[in-house]
Each structure stands twice: as C-alpha cells, then as structure tokens.
Design a protein around this ligand. Sequence first.
Ligand code: C5P
Length: 225
Amino acid sequence: LTDKPLLGEHVLVTAGPTRERIDPVRYLTNDSTGTMGYALAQMAWRMGAQVTLISGPVDKPPLMGVERIFVTSAAEMYNAVMSHLPMSTIVIKAAAVADYRPEFESDKKLKKQDDALLHLTLAQNPDILKAIKERRNAACFVVGFAAETHNPDYYARKKLEEKGLDLLVLNDVLEPGAGFGTTTNRVSLYYPDGSVQQLPLAPKLDVARDILLAIAEQKKGKVIR
Ligand code: C5P
C-alpha cells in the first residue's frame, strides 16, 4: 500500500470466540477462529492506523504493530471494549460473542448426576454493540458483523438498524470458502442508506483491505448525528 488511508485513526478490533465457563473443565463457545478479525487488525495497521485488538481465546501469533489484549468471556470483552472506547475512532466488532452464559459457574467439576449439568440454565450476555451505540462519541464509526445460515439479507438489515451501525459486514457461513475457519471469505457490506455491496470471494487479508477501504471512504462522508 503506497498511501495510508487510515492515518490518524485509532481502530479497535474484536476477534475470535468467547468462552463461557460451566465449571473448571467445561465451557460454551463457538467455531470462530479469529482469522477475519486478525486480518482486519493487521491490515488496519498497514493502512496507517493505531490498532488495539481485543482477542478471545485463539491460537494465533501476535501481529506486527498491533496491541493485543486477551479476554476469555463476553463479560471480559465488554469491559475491555468499554475501557478502550473513548480513545477509538473506528470500532470493528468481528468477534463471535456468545449470546448466553451459564447462569452459575461451578468452582468444582460438576458430576454426571448433577442436575446443574443436565439442566444448564443460561443468562443473557450484554450486547456489546448495543452498549457501544449508547456510549460512543458521535464521530466514532462502528462496524458490526453478522454470520447467518438463513435469511441473511433480512437479518443483516435488521442488525444494522437495531444496533445503530455505520456498516454491517455479512458472512454467509454456509457458503463454500466463506465463514468460520476458512482462509478465504465472501462478504456483503450493508450501509445505513439501504445500499449493499457484494465483495468477491478472496483471501481474508484482501477482504479486510476492501472492508477497511470502504470504512475509510464512508467515514469521510459520515454525517455526525
Ligand atoms: O446479534 P449477533 O450476535 O448475530 O450480532 C453479531 C454482531 O454483534 C457482531 O459484530 C458481534 O461482535 C456483536 N455482538 C456483540 N455482543 C454480543 C453479541 C454480538 O457485540 N453479546
């Protein structure tokens, strides 16, 4: 990249899954590997931004130029995001945050006969994006991700609206070569004015570059509400 379209920006990226503890040996999680979020963090740095990556538990080396903060649960991710929000000009929530956690975490390994294991009761995690919407300063540009297996277009528009996002990146997780754990991805970008831009199937770093270029372009024209 010859020019630095994100020079002067402070980009906060979240990546990977969260882990919600049941007991010392068990947890609830999902298939996210963090690859797309890490690609975004690396590319944002190459484009001139100062980058903080808040990472769920993934097996990935650190990234050149990127400050990485590891978290485990959605609650920890929430706290890390909120403490970095005041410094951020762009927030990209690529993490697959668990919507629910076990209501009670046992400090002892539960036994097969324990009712708590057979009937696991869940509590809802905070929606980090919704909280960002309420607390961010007006100039901060907020990007969400959606991974859908059905009615992707409907859910993408709904999330963009409900979470008050400036951009929503949709992954169709069932499409070959897209979604969790792949090296390539195919995404569509949903804008608040109702327009949609489909990006071609490409390596995740290339997809990250296209997403970040779209963000840089949109941010210039963002009307501050
Ligand atoms: O609602 P859903 O989880 O499908 O929305 C996905 C988007 O919302 C992602 O950008 C994800 O990081 C974010 N999210 C969040 N907090 C949650 C759940 C999802 O910020 N508790």
